[in-house]
Design a protein around this ligand. Structure first.
Ligand SMILES: [Cu+2]
Length: 211
């Protein structure tokens, strides 16, 4: 196990101590290509959660270790690395609520974080084609998502974006009406067969280089 992974796992075990650990990685052991995303609730969507993702990029190979809490339990949570050259390279704000609905869907966040570039699936394909492969994403048992996957192949512009702090990690799935399931009359902007709750952005963090 590489030092960066060992540190990441240690930080996960420490729960609330993840942010100090990120600092420790920065000062003590960070190598070029290590980055951390501090995942926070997406504006307007009111998810009472947070998380941390550790990302290392070597060439076009990416390794990701991520944990988050406060998500809708036992429901699939799509998670992606987003990047768009024309995006703002940040998480969306209340001003991105283009339709004035009072919540942000995935499309409304796109000017901030860009399109899906990497699907953080647990198995199989990791391309944007798997953006909504709900059977291959973590289901957050008890509301806690734990994810680790190495050797994810990414496009060169995505690798560069991670190195430059222009990539954003988003975890999706918001139980707006707090009834314990993805439902409601509003269809998903991404897949009309799903309710918007299943795909709305829950937690978000810019991937910040640690060197
Ligand atoms: Cu996404």
């Amino acid at each position: 196990m590489k030092p960066s992974h060992r540190l990441a796992v240690t930080a996960l075990a420490c729960g609330a101590a993840v942010v100090p650990f990120a600092g420790a990685i920065s000062s003590a052991t960070a190598k070029s290509g290590d980055a951390v995303a501090n995942l926070q609730p997406v504006a307007l969507n009111g998810v009472p959660g947070s998380g941390t993702a550790f990302v290392s990029v070597r060439g076009t190979r990416v390794d990701v270790t991520m944990q988050a809490g406060g998500l809708l339990a036992d429901a699939p949570h799509a998670a992606h690395i987003h990047f768009g050259a024309q995006a703002r390279h940040e998480c969306p704000g209340a001003a991105d609520d283009a339709d004035g609905s009072g919540t942000l869907n995935t499309s409304e966040g796109a000017p901030a974080y860009g399109p899906v570039r990497v699907s953080l699936t647990k198995t199989g394909d990791t391309s944007p084609a798997s953006a909504l492969a709900v059977d291959r994403f973590d289901t957050a048992p008890g509301g806690h998502l734990a994810y680790q996957r190495g050797h994810i192949k990414v496009d060169q512009d995505v690798a560069k974006a991670i190195r430059e702090g222009h990539a954003v990690i988003v975890i999706h799935g918001v139980d707006h009406n707090h009834d314990g399931a993805y439902d409601g009359a509003t269809p998903s902007d991404l897949a009309p067969a799903l309710p918007t709750e299943a795909t709305d952005p829950a937690l978000c963090g810019r991937v910040v280089p640690q060197n």
